[in-house]
Design a protein around this ligand. Structure first.
Ligand SMILES: Cc1ncc(COP(=O)(O)O)c(C=O)c1O
Length: 387
């Protein structure tokens, strides 16, 4: 089934002519609209040095597009540098005190975990629950005690493509009056996300995977009803009334009523221009279509791996898996050089080789991957997993 004109989208990602790119979980190759947006920004800077006010106006328009992607209000979106910064802002805004504890998932992305582990020096406990194919409210419930104040987790795992039940965890947090922080780095741009349905306090991500922008830009959603959450860092931009004469006023330091309270200093304006173009492309195709297309490719991949007797690490079921991240149990140390030698871009992961999809991948990419696995196995006469 054709969810959108994939061949037209491929033309926007010229890298597909040079290699079989199955590594969007690492970073997405640059598309033509993103390149053009960056070039236009560079030309404008080069020829006219701005004006910055226009760039900021455009940034606000982009903020609205980010908000609509997450079903949030623009006032709930802050721009950050990356996921890590978003997670650290969130962790340090929570009103936690010595003796409190936070629940995380063992083996979740370290950039999420360290933001909270760093709070240990303030006497805040960090407890890890086990990671299984299913993580939902019940996985956390028995670990919540009187001192538990927050849960933080990824929606989609980078190393095996689990898609955890964040809506049920959000409901648990509401029921038990806990803050809920979600890392959507691997989900955003491919999996629909509704911040309100999730019931998250904070949601953070970078933009260099499903959002198609080079590294160095991230975002943070903040539930604006949580007005008690204040930033650990402060700059003029974070204030309700930034001093127009640029003289700091110690007696007027109320923070902005919007997520700007979490913004610090100037912005990555070039990347924000690129993000605007990327969000337009995603909106044109439709996030549901991107998700459905990736699921269909993923089904083809799983079927092909089964036929080759290569185990899939992580869940197979649509309800439990992300559409676009798959790990084949091929020993990375024995396969990565081979894949590079045949121009197949994938990533080594803790349990095998990660094959991650983007809007531009097609069935031929999957078939080529399967074919190169088959070719090498025939040549060595060994099963792929034995290499
Ligand atoms: C779940 C998850 N969180 C965070 C990151 C990256 O963090 P940052 O955006 O800070 O580089 C990644 C991968 O790059 C990831 O897979």
């Amino acid at each position: 089934m054709q969810y959108y004109d994939v061949e037209a989208v491929r033309k926007l990602f010229p890298v597909v002519e040079k290699m079989t790119y199955l590594d969007s979980g690492f970073q997405t190759p640059m598309s033509t609209p993103v390149k053009q947006a960056l070039e236009a920004f560079v030309t404008e800077s080069y020829e006219t040095a701005g004006p910055k006010s226009v760039w900021i106006e455009r940034m606000e328009a982009t903020r609205c597009k980010v908000a609509s992607l997450l079903n949030a209000a623009p006032e709930e979106i802050a721009f950050t540098k990356n996921t890590s910064e978003a997670m650290n802002i969130a962790a340090n805004a929570l009103p936690l005190k010595a003796g409190d504890n936070v629940l995380l998932i063992h083996g979740d992305h370290p950039n999420n975990a360290y933001a909270f582990l760093n709070l240990k020096k303030k006497g805040i406990g960090v407890r890890f629950i086990a990671m299984t194919d299913v993580v939902n409210a019940e996985s956390f419930r028995s670990h919540v005690d009187a001192n538990t104040k927050a849960i933080s987790m990824s929606y989609v795992t980078f190393h095996a493509g689990h898609r955890f039940d964040i809506e049920s965890v959000g409901a648990l947090c509401k029921e038990m009056n806990l803050y809920f922080v979600v890392d959507i780095m691997q989900a955003v741009g491919v999996v629909p996300i509704d911040a309100k349905k999730v019931g998250a306090t904070f949601i953070g991500c970078g933009t260099h995977k499903g959002l198609l922008v080079p590294q160095g830009l991230g975002m943070l959603y903040w539930d604006r009803t949580r007005t008690e959450l204040e930033p650990a860092y402060l700059a003029a931009i974070s204030l309700r009334n930034p001093p127009s004469d640029f003289i700091a006023r110690p007696d007027d330091m109320a923070v902005a009523p919007t997520a700007s309270r979490f913004e610090i200093g100037n912005f990555n304006l070039s990347a924000i221009h690129a993000l605007d173009a990327a969000l337009d492309l995603i909106a044109q195709i439709g996030i549901d279509n991107i998700q459905a297309h990736c699921f269909a490719l993923g089904d083809r991949l799983i079927h092909g791996l089964d036929a080759l007797d290569v185990e899939l690490v992580g869940p197979r079921d649509h309800a439990l898996r992300a559409p676009h991240i798959y790990v084949a149990a091929l020993p990375a140390d024995q396969w990565m050089d081979y894949f590079a030698s045949v121009d197949v871009r994938v990533s080594p992961e803790r349990d095998g080789i990660r094959i991650s999809l983007g809007m531009f991948n097609n069935a031929s990419d999957i078939d080529r991957l399967l074919e190169v696995i088959r070719t090498r196995s025939r040549a060595t006469g060994r099963s792929p997993q034995a290499a």
